[in-house]
Write a protein that binds this ligand. Structure first.
Ligand code: XUL
Length: 536
């Protein structure tokens, strides 16, 4: 490939959208990958007529959670207006996007025609009334499909068999199980649907003006796609719907696939250039992986938030029937990304800080400082809420001394260290089990501001820790993916993502593993596994 194929015209810009649970964001980058422009729509505040709380509707049964897809349409109208008011959009050569994963948008027969016939003299909201087979879209927070998950696992030969085929065991929020529920309870909706879109492919459809295909990466979050073959898995489809399901889902495409041009209605109404392309949209976690440029196997990010999320790239995935997810990589189509979520993240760190460090992060940091790595062999498990990595219903604090005997209490400083070590050891162990051997590590999220936690992460993972990733990594990743897809189209063949994004701002090294840490954790690891088994 010639250098020229990657050269980006001087005034070129690329747009990344992120339709998350609470709002819709846009980030425009220039050809040097510098953010130029941003805009946001907050669903509750900007579109109060849809009556959502934090972007969602919790139903009376306590487990059903939906959002109105027309709100997402209205948000895109508003976002484009805001962008256009800020500055002309005539430099944007390609758009891609990110969507909250797993949610489904049910489009009625005729929707693709209505999308194709959109006009520039009206908003989308005014024109798309009636395209939905169901006015509510089940989203990732929905937990109403336990029955369908059990049925899928029974039919396919167990949780591990479902994971081997699709990348994850059956999860309630995963789209296949949501479809199975609609198929069982709302056959009218199922039959009326011409297309069942993901949030990502639906948003892409609004831009391209046609029912857009689902990309391999977000498609991996459905329990319906054969992860290795990158095709719908007939056995999973048969368990979740009938023989029409494959057609309703439409084709699957690589994440750098160009769907086509931006619909002329948007070109005319908002002043995008006529040649602006739309690349396939993907899920928010895949787009964050793109935003952090985790391309090479072993590249990993740890997001420290209310829950802690670890994700990274691998070429050797080992899907687990117990925990975690394997998705196709959104930037390197041959490879995979793995993802683990631990529910007891900041929620638990704050509880331990309040209980054992006088409510002060400084005191918490001093506690980590005085107790050396390995905590003298003491190990604790801290569950404020039931855990999913590994699945553990029990809550509470479980402490063990250096001989593995349960003990009632540690010194307060030992609790602080035991908590952090246990959180990171657990992620390290479980990530390795699903195929991630980390070789580099970026820490993001609120707690990435805390140097003591960064040092502990470097020590436990035995890796240098980098920080300084820009906020909005999903929207930024979508913008990078727009540039990537555009560059592949222009080169006429696949261009590695790293070549296209080589000029992106670098990260800062925030902590190095201390030499004494590695032997301490090697010694702790085997004991950690055995004790974890006792707790779960
Ligand atoms: C991932 C998941 C959430 C959603 C919304 O499996 O359910 O992270 O993608 O952000």
């Amino acid at each position: 490939m010639s250098e020229d194929a990657c050269a980006v015209p001087e005034a070129a810009c690329f747009l990344g959208l992120d339709l998350s649970t609470q709002g819709l964001k846009a980030v425009v980058i220039n050809g040097r990958l510098e953010p130029q422009q941003q805009a946001v729509v907050n669903f509750d505040a900007d579109l109060p007529e849809f009556h959502t709380a934090s972007g969602v509707r919790q139903h009376a049964d306590g487990v059903t959670v939906t959002s109105p897809p027309m709100m997402w349409v209205a948000a895109l109208d508003l976002l484009f207006d805001r962008l256009r008011q800020q500055s002309p959009l005539d430099g944007i050569l390609a758009v891609s996007g990110s969507g909250q994963q797993h949610g489904s948008v049910w489009l009625r027969a005729g929707a693709s025609r209505v999308l194709r016939e959109m006009r520039s003299d009206q908003t989308m909201r005014a024109q798309l009334d009636g395209i939905f087979a169901m006015d509510e879209a089940p989203i990732w927070m929905d937990a109403s499909t336990g029955e369908q998950c059990a049925a899928l696992e029974r039919r396919l030969g167990g949780a591990q068999a479902v994971a081997d085929l699709t990348g994850s065991r059956a999860y309630e929020r995963f789209t296949g199980n949501q479809i199975a529920k609609i198929y069982a309870r709302r056959r009218d909706v199922y039959d009326a649907a011409e297309r069942i879109a993901l949030v990502s492919s639906f948003t892409a459809s609004l831009l391209s003006g046609d029912c857009a295909p689902i990309d391999f990466s977000d498609g991996s979050g459905m329990n319906l796609m054969d992860l290795r073959r990158r095709q719908w898995a007939p056995a999973a489809l048969a368990a979740c719907g009938d023989e029409t399901l494959a057609e309703k889902l439409g084709p699957l495409v690589p994440s750098h696939f160009i769907l086509g041009g931006l619909h002329p209605a948007h070109v005319q109404r908002y002043g995008f250039p006529a040649e602006c392309l739309v690349a396939a949209f993907s899920g928010d976690n895949p787009c964050s992986l793109a935003g952090l440029r985790l391309e090479q196997p072993g590249a990993m990010a740890l997001s420290l938030g209310t829950s802690d999320t670890l994700f990274g790239a691998t070429d050797d995935p080992r899907p687990s029937g117990a925990e975690g997810h394997v998705f196709v990589s959104p930037i390197c189509p041959e490879n995979y990304m793995v993802m683990l979520v631990r529910k007891n993240g900041s929620v638990m760190r704050e509880q331990v800080r309040d209980q054992f460090a006088g409510g002060s992060w400084d005191q918490f940091a001093r506690a980590l400082d005085v107790i050396p790595p390995g905590n003298g062999g003491r190990i604790g498990f801290y569950h404020a809420v039931p855990e999913i990595t590994p699945p553990t219903a029990r809550t509470g604090i479980f402490r063990f001394d250096a001989q593995g005997r349960p003990v009632e209490r540690f010194a307060p400083e030992e609790d602080c260290r035991a908590l952090v070590e246990s959180q990171f050891l657990s992620l390290r162990r479980h990530a390795a089990r699903i195929g991630l051997q980390p070789s580099s590590m970026v820490v993001t999220g609120g707690a990435s501001q805390n140097p003591a936690l960064l040092q502990a992460a470097a020590d436990v993972f035995n890796l240098p820790v980098y920080v300084g990733a820009q906020a909005d990594s999903a929207a930024l990743g979508a913008a990078y993916r727009a540039l990537h897809a555009w560059a592949c189209r222009r080169a006429g063949s696949f261009v590695p993502f790293g070549v296209v994004t080589a000029g992106a701002p670098g990260l800062a090294r925030a902590a190095l593993p201390r030499p004494e840490a590695s032997p301490a954790y090697e010694a702790l690891l085997a004991r950690y596994d055995a004790l974890e088994q006792r707790v779960v």
